[in-house]
Ligand binder design. Structure first.
Ligand code: PGA
Length: 246
């Protein structure tokens, strides 16, 4: 049985006052049946964990190395020490803006595990790749390169995020989401064995909104969502948590 996840990726948004959003969500969903993970900018992590809500707090990135001379970067251990229990790695915005390769993402996932964090590993095709009919091939290649040996249901969540859907108002057809999620589980099965693959959560990201969350989360092999814009307001993310609650 895979518990659904409603993960909010605040990206580069929010201030300390944004804690009010999380407080409002916790008031409306004091005992969610799903796992709620809020991923704010790193400086806000201790503020959110200090709220003592039923929600987990995650980071949006970590460095691959264990401490050292990397100005501006954050070590996974520091994130864990601040109360984070998960970290997103390989988001398409980091792959595009910071030139992160599958090898970088894999190293970051391993760094996350060493710190005891769950790695939310993102994969997804660009519009050009989709138009060329290469979606499954691209996602399989990213999975092979970005998911380290030793992945398990306890330390890893896969987020399928078609790059062309993120923040655009477009989502894939239901059948396309099901096909990719099923393909991801098949690959995980080949890598990790069927028993482990059956337990790993595979969540969908890209224009998840209150209006479409329930339908997307009900699709086969979809175990919840990674939500950007709609995670910034309690009135939007609340119904998405409710959809993941099922
Ligand atoms: P979106 O972003 O929900 O705003 O499309 C999703 C993401 O990038 O994780």
């Amino acid at each position: 049985m895979r518990r659904k996840i409603a993960a909010g990726n605040w990206k580069m948004n929010g201030t300390r006052a944004s804690a009010a959003v999380v407080q409002a969500l916790a008031k409306a969903h004091p005992a969610p049946g799903c796992e709620v993970i809020i991923c704010p900018p790193a400086p806000l992590i201790p503020i959110l964990t200090g709220l003592q809500t039923p929600f987990a707090t995650g980071a949006q990135d970590c460095h691959a190395n264990p401490k050292g001379a990397h100005t501006g970067d954050v070590w996974a251990e520091t994130l864990a020490d601040c109360g984070a229990t998960a970290v997103i790695v390989g988001h398409s915005e980091r792959r595009a803006d910071h030139g992160e390769t599958d090898a970088t993402v894999s190293a970051k996932a391993e760094a996350a595990w060493r710190a005891g964090l769950t790695a939310i590993i993102c994969v997804g095709e660009t519009e050009a790749e989709r138009d060329a009919g290469r979606t499954l091939e691209v996602v399989a290649r990213q999975l092979a390169g970005s998911v380290p040996e030793g992945a398990s249901a306890a330390n890893t969540v896969i987020a399928y995020e078609p790059v062309w859907a993120i923040g655009t108002g477009r989502t894939p057809q239901d059948g396309d989401i099901t096909e990719v999620h099923g393909g991801i589980r098949d690959r995980l099965s080949a890598r990790l064995g069927a028993d482990t693959a059956a337990l790993v959560r595979v969540i969908y990201g890209g224009w998840v909104k209150p209006a479409n969350a329930a339908a997307i989360f009900a699709l086969d092999d979809v175990d919840g969502g990674l939500v950007g814009g709609a995670s910034l307001k309690a009135e939007d993310f609340g119904p998405i948590i409710a959809a993941a609650d099922g």
